[in-house]
Design a protein around this ligand. Structure first.
Ligand code: ADP
Ligand code: MG
Length: 123
């Protein structure tokens, strides 16, 4: 998941730039398709200072085989696979992007289901 996001970030910065990975705790309502009210999430952000995306591109990036890269450079599968992995863990991915300035992909994973098995192991 992180490899896909970081490789994309690097591809988005052909002239160099910065990729930043950070984590934070988020207390918020998930999008409707995730279901549930306000709850605890681990937010993992991958931020780049790359080319960014226009709205039309951003709307399609999680589609299988959607790519803006040359044949041989991209399969268009990275983000659809990443999306699938995150959804299987009952999370979601938020994308903020400004054309010409960069993008931030934020993966939200539920803290309750992450922590509960770990605590069960300790008890
Ligand atoms: N960090 C990013 N900055 C700009 N565009 C991105 C970024 N990550 C993904 N994209 C866009 O999303 C498309 C799909 O990404 P992905 O599913 O990983 O396939 P691929 O990398 O093989 O093209 C990319 O072709 C690109 O247009
Ligand atoms: Mg990719």
């Amino acid at each position: 998941m992180l490899t896909n996001l970081v490789v994309n970030a690097i591809h988005a910065m052909p002239d160099g730039g910065t990729v930043e990975i950070s984590t934070r705790h988020a207390e918020q309502v998930p999008p409707p398709y995730v279901e549930g009210g306000t709850s605890s999430w681990m937010a993992i952000e991958v931020r780049d200072t790359g080319v960014g995306m226009d709205d039309a591109t951003r709307e399609r990036i999680f589609e299988p085989f959607f790519t803006t890269k040359q044949v041989g450079e991209g399969t268009g599968l990275g983000l659809s696979v990443t999306w699938g992995i995150v959804r299987e863990h009952h999370g979601w991915i938020d994308v903020q992007s400004t054309l010409g300035h960069g993008s931030t992909f934020t993966v939200y994973l539920p803290i309750d289901t992450l922590v509960a098995p770990a605590l069960a192991g300790v008890a």
